[in-house]
Design a protein around this ligand. Structure first.
Ligand code: HEM
Length: 499
């Protein structure tokens, strides 16, 4: 262990200090849970793991994450290089994985123009349309609820990014996206492949024994390319023909300073727009799906919470589910869902550009910084002894405001003494999620509509008994429940009529 990294007064945890031991012991699944256990065992909110590929710093408290990733964001805003994903699969120019610098700033600028917090016009009409179709699909084939959620979430992004309107089941754009997300969830975690740890392995030939990762990388490159290139070229061609639909890609292409005049070629600037549209797709779709799956699981496991929320929605949001983003109960549901089961449990890792010290610890230049969002959101000091439990009430305070119309002044407001999980879930500092407002608004409207119109209950087995419910999660980049069944039935004709 490097002397400089080990202040004598407060040694790094032994388990995290032996380079070789760590590289062997680095958990490959449920990392967030193991890291949380280590943090507790060593009573330290900052752990240093020496791995073969470099140094990894895990932050397990809100204070540490904010102190470094937010307050020192000028040096903590880069990304570690993920060799498999970036060099071999071609996620090279993707905003999510770009190092901090001018290229990243240019990509971000494009998104900021589109997703201004006070302007939901870029996504709201698409969302309303997709949500309507989703609710109708649920009435017709409720057993296919997962497919309907996937279709809704992905089709919103397709519409926002490319003006594509998916109407049919198993649309090729949706299938391509599905495959791309599976790749991202596997290869998006630094260290998932040996080549991430030993980048020189990327040069071995494809036929070499043990080089199966290179063959997989080639297949995955094609999947990503097929997902993000054809829809973008379509927009470019439609723009040339004068019949393109308004969308993110079109608006950016229309403002491009140096476009390639050929319809099937892209200039450097157009390539950047294509990558940014792709990163929107990657960042925005599966996070929303995961949040909704956890919501359904929670509703089955906590039926009393569901009933109470439905009664409140009946009282407070008469007829407004579709016309307004209803900012009341659904917000505390979002807070509860994302706190109970963090969607991106270790966020997306940052990288520090220069060496630094924090609380007397030395942090080597180039270290990978992982905020353990899952642990921060279950911190007993902040959320009390029941921090591990789902309980929307912990967020709510009732006010005495008079209601004068649909979705008038909120009767409920968030408890200001309870730390807002939204500021943790969507990341930190300069890399904070640019789709935060869209993700939040979409979730609220989905949850309000689902709760208002449907009862969500466990399925019954052949003997009419409730199928045993397990709260079991499987994590990659995202933390989602293991596949489960669920019954979604309309509450009444009256409730469905509101849609
Ligand atoms: C529930 C929904 C969502 C969650 C939980 C979520 C979460 C996150 C997190 C944790 C990060 C990493 C932040 C960091 O590095 O500190 C991130 C980055 C990102 N998200 Fe989201 N996100 C959501 C929705 C969206 C949506 C709707 C979009 C696009 C329309 C989007 C696009 C992105 C992009 C492009 C990045 C990369 C930003 C960068 O590296 O500079 N996300 N998101």
């Amino acid at each position: 262990m490097d002397k400089k990294t080990q202040p004598s007064s407060s040694p790094w945890p032994q388990e995290a200090s032996s380079p070789w031991k760590q590289s062997c012991d680095m958990p490959m699944t449920d990392q967030h849970i193991v890291f949380a256990q280590w943090a507790e065992k060593f009573d330290s909110d900052i752990l240093h793991l020496k791995v073969v590929g470099g140094n990894c710093i895990v932050l397990s408290s809100y204070e540490a994450a904010m102190d470094l990733l937010d307050k020192r964001s000028s040096i903590y805003s880069s990304r570690p290089r993920v060799t498999m994903l970036q060099d071999l699969i071609g996620w090279e120019g993707d905003l999510v994985y770009l190092p901090y610098g001018n290229a990243w700033k240019a990509h971000r600028k494009l998104l900021h123009q589109e997703f201004h917090p006070s302007d939901s016009s870029a996504y709201r009409p698409h969302h309303k349309k997709a949500l309507r179709l989703f609710l109708n699909n649920l009435i017709e084939t409720p057993e296919e609820w997962l497919r309907h959620i996937q279709q809704m979430t992905r089709s919103i992004i397709l519409a926002v990014a490319y003006g594509i309107h998916v109407q049919v089941k198993d649309d090729p754009s949706i299938i391509a996206a599905e495959e791309m997300f599976a790749v991202l969830n596997t290869a998006g975690i630094p260290g998932s492949f040996l080549v991430d740890v030993f980048p020189l392995l990327k040069h071995i030939p494809t036929w070499f024994p043990g080089a199966s990762f290179k063959r997989r990388a080639q297949e995955w490159y094609d999947i990503r390319n097929e997902t993000i290139t054809p829809p973008f070229l379509k927009v470019k061609q439609a723009m040339a023909n004068g019949n393109a639909e308004d969308c993110f890609s079109l608006r950016c292409l229309a403002n491009a300073q140096s476009p390639d005049p050929r319809p099937d070629h892209l200039s450097e600037e157009e390539e950047m727009i294509k990558q940014t549209a792709g990163s929107m797709y990657e960042g925005g779709a599966d996070t929303g799906i995961t949040a909704l799956r956890t919501f359904l699981l929670a509703m089955m496991c906590f039926p009393d919470v569901q009933c109470e929320a439905q009664e409140e929605l009946d009282r407070d949001c008469r007829g407004c589910l579709f016309s307004e983003f209803c900012n009341r109960r659904p917000l505390d549901f979002f807070c509860s869902i994302i706190r109970w089961q963090a969607i991106v449990p270790l966020s997306v890792p940052h990288q520090v550009d220069t060496e630094d010290t924090y609380k007397g610890y030395y942090i080597p230049k180039g270290s990978t910084i992982m905020p353990n969002v899952w642990a921060i959101l279950r911190d007993k000091k902040t959320y009390g002894p029941t921090a591990h439990m789902f309980n929307p009430k912990r967020w709510l305070l009732k006010t005495d405001s008079n209601e004068t119309g649909h979705c008038a002044e909120a009767q409920w407001r968030l408890n200001p003494d309870m730390r807002d999980p939204v500021g943790i879930t969507f990341g930190f500092g300069r890399r904070v999620c640019p789709g935060k407002h869209m993700g939040l608004a979409s979730f609220q409207m989905n949850v309000a509509s689902l709760l208002h119109s449907f009862n969500i209950t466990p399925t019954l087995d052949d003997n009419g008994h409730v199928v045993n419910l397990e709260i079991e999660y499987v994590s990659g980049l995202l933390n989602g429940p293991v596949p489960f069944e669920c019954s979604i039935k309309p509450r009444s004709e009256k409730h469905i009529a509101v849609q």
